[in-house]
Design a protein around this ligand. Structure first.
Ligand SMILES: [Ca+2]
Length: 549
């Protein structure tokens, strides 16, 4: 516990003893509950002075170093600092696997005399995927064409496909995207080339090229396309051209006769250069061609999952060992594993937790360790954390434990399982990103279940939204009052159901509304302090919750 608490405690005992001097038997032992005489409705009280457990808050390094008013509120009211992202794998591990602790070290200095809760060692977001993906390698074939099925544009053009030559004179041949159902193999469109002239060996007079793509010299690449011709005996020749100016061209398969029915043609080539495009020559005969489902990919050998496991196990060991070891004297509590389970209570995998798609790409930094380490994932993480610092307190953490019985039950069962295997788990964290509508019953039930483990229980990321819809609501007095009541309910429930020895503390996720991840320019106001740097009614609710016996 922090010195400020001791000061309050000391002053209180001092006052009590003075008051009792005349009446009490000087030889008797007086047992005093330090929180008995605090007026919890006095919102000038500082949370860290009156709570019988650590009061944490998460902030980002940038906000703390650039906003002195935020810093003043943080240092005054909280005695535990939770870094927002600066200790995450993705923040510390560079593409080559080396570490960069510059920001984390500076953040540790900014923590001054606050305790630091180490958030987070093993997670599936904000991971150093540039490095981790090199340990996994390609698990599946990667499509190298931007628009393999002619579905993304109504014309043949950049950046997908390029008309290099359209007959002689130019425009004699019509090269277009067709959406006529009987001219399409899959999807809603295909390439249609109408060439009225036979150019013989100058078949390049009618020519369409793909986008450029990167290749690995020496590796085998497959080219596949589906085509048919109106005559039933057309000819297409596909080549692969190096785009580095060397003039290197591969002619896999040479001329192919294209029948009147859809047929799939598969070719392959082994590049000697690093950048290519494929080119369709369709000028040999006068004909009409339809082409769809084109694909270029490098052949991938079946993944060696045992080797991947070994490499990732080493990477996890190195990351946890290095990070925990570095801050051994400063960080005494670690969130070792976060969000290992789905809401259905399953251990995460790529199948049950596919990466969210952001701007057409997999979310950056999304990496599910348990896809490869399976059930050993959490066990290994805890073993490595204990090995690096045997006396640090180690936590497992998750969200939605108030909503999903399957999740909380799986989590508790897993903690029991890995403790039996010899892992040291000191406590369970529950995030509690909740809203004002969450029922008292759900809150109570969660704390009862967590407390029944006998382990420490931590509220790790508390914030309370004033709306449970995506429609922004202004923070009216009525909503702020409901938010205050909900903060009070959560803290009171924690006091009521978690025995004192198991109370690891409550941390709020963010201090000021405007820096909260759910604020989004005014969509919600989940924190204890307003955008005006003032204590909200919620702050009073938190204090009142502490009066629960
Ligand atoms: Ca298509």
């Amino acid at each position: 516990m922090k010195s400020n608490i001791n000061v309050v405690f000391f002053l209180f005992i001092w006052g009590f003893l003075l008051a009792c001097t005349k009446a009490a038997d000087p030889g008797s032992t007086v047992i005093i509950d330090p929180v008995v005489d605090v007026d919890y409705s006095d919102t000038s009280l500082r949370l860290q002075d009156v709570a019988p457990f650590p009061i944490g808050a998460s902030v980002s390094f940038n906000h703390l170093s650039n906003d002195p008013k935020l810093a003043a509120i943080l240092y005054a009211n909280f005695n535990e600092l939770v870094f927002n992202s600066e200790l995450k794998h993705g923040a510390l591990v560079k593409a080559d696997g080396s570490f960069d602790f510059t920001t984390a070290d500076a953040f540790v200095d900014l923590a001054k005399d606050m305790d630091i809760y180490g958030h987070v060692l093993a997670w599936h977001r904000h991971q150093g995927t540039s490095y981790l993906n090199t340990l996994v390698g390609n698990l599946e074939q990667q499509e190298l064409l931007l628009d393999p099925g002619f579905e993304k544009s109504t014309t043949v053009g950049s950046p997908y496909w390029f008309v290099l030559n359209s007959g002689d004179p130019k425009g004699t041949a019509t090269i277009a995207v067709t959406t006529q159902t009987d001219e399409v193999k899959s999807g809603t469109s295909a390439l249609k080339v109408v060439n009225p002239t036979a150019y013989g060996t100058a078949d390049w007079r009618v020519q369409v090229a793909s986008n450029n793509f990167q290749t690995v010299p020496g590796q085998k690449y497959v080219i596949r396309y589906t085509a048919k011709s109106l005559s039933g005996s057309g000819i297409i020749m596909v080549s692969a051209q190096a785009m580095d100016g060397s003039g290197v061209t591969h002619y896999p398969g040479g001329d192919k006769t294209i029948t009147g029915e859809w047929q799939t043609i598969t070719l392959s080539f082994t590049p000697t250069k690093e950048n290519y495009r494929i080119v369709f020559n369709m000028g040999k005969k006068a004909d009409t061609y339809l082409v769809d489902d084109v694909s270029v990919y490098s052949e991938v050998a079946a993944p060696d999952y045992a080797a991947i496991y070994t490499r990732l196990d080493e990477a996890l060991h190195t990351f946890i060992g290095t990070t925990v070891g570095r801050y051994k004297d400063r960080i005494r509590k670690w969130e070792v594993v976060n969000e290992m389970f789905t809401d259905a209570g399953e251990i995460r995998s790529n199948a049950n937790s596919p990466a969210p798609i952001v701007d057409g790409q997999k979310e950056y930094g999304y990496f599910i360790w348990s896809e490869f380490l399976k059930r050993d994932y959490g066990y290994l993480a805890f073993r490595y954390a204990e090995e690096a610092d045997p006396t640090a307190e180690l936590y497992i953490n998750d969200y939605g434990l108030e909503y999903s019985d399957k999740k909380i039950d799986s989590l508790i069962a897993y903690v029991n399982e890995i403790r039996k295997r010899g892992a040291k788990v000191d406590g369970i964290g529950t995030q509690m990103h909740i809203d004002i509508h969450l029922s008292q019953a759900k809150i109570d039930k969660m704390f009862q279940k967590l407390a029944s483990t006998g382990l420490k229980v931590r509220v790790s990321e508390l914030d309370i939204r004033i709306t449970n819809s995506s429609t922004p609501m202004p923070p009216t007095e009525a909503l702020l009052e409901k938010q205050k009541e909900q903060y009070q309910r959560v803290v009171a429930s924690y006091m009521k159901f978690v025995p004192p020895a198991q109370r690891a503390g409550i941390a709020v996720w963010g201090v000021l509304d405007q820096y909260n991840w759910q604020y989004n320019g005014g969509s919600d106001y989940p924190n204890l302090f307003s955008t005006e740097y003032k204590k909200k009614p919620a702050y009073g609710g938190f204090l009142m919750g502490l009066s629960e016996k």
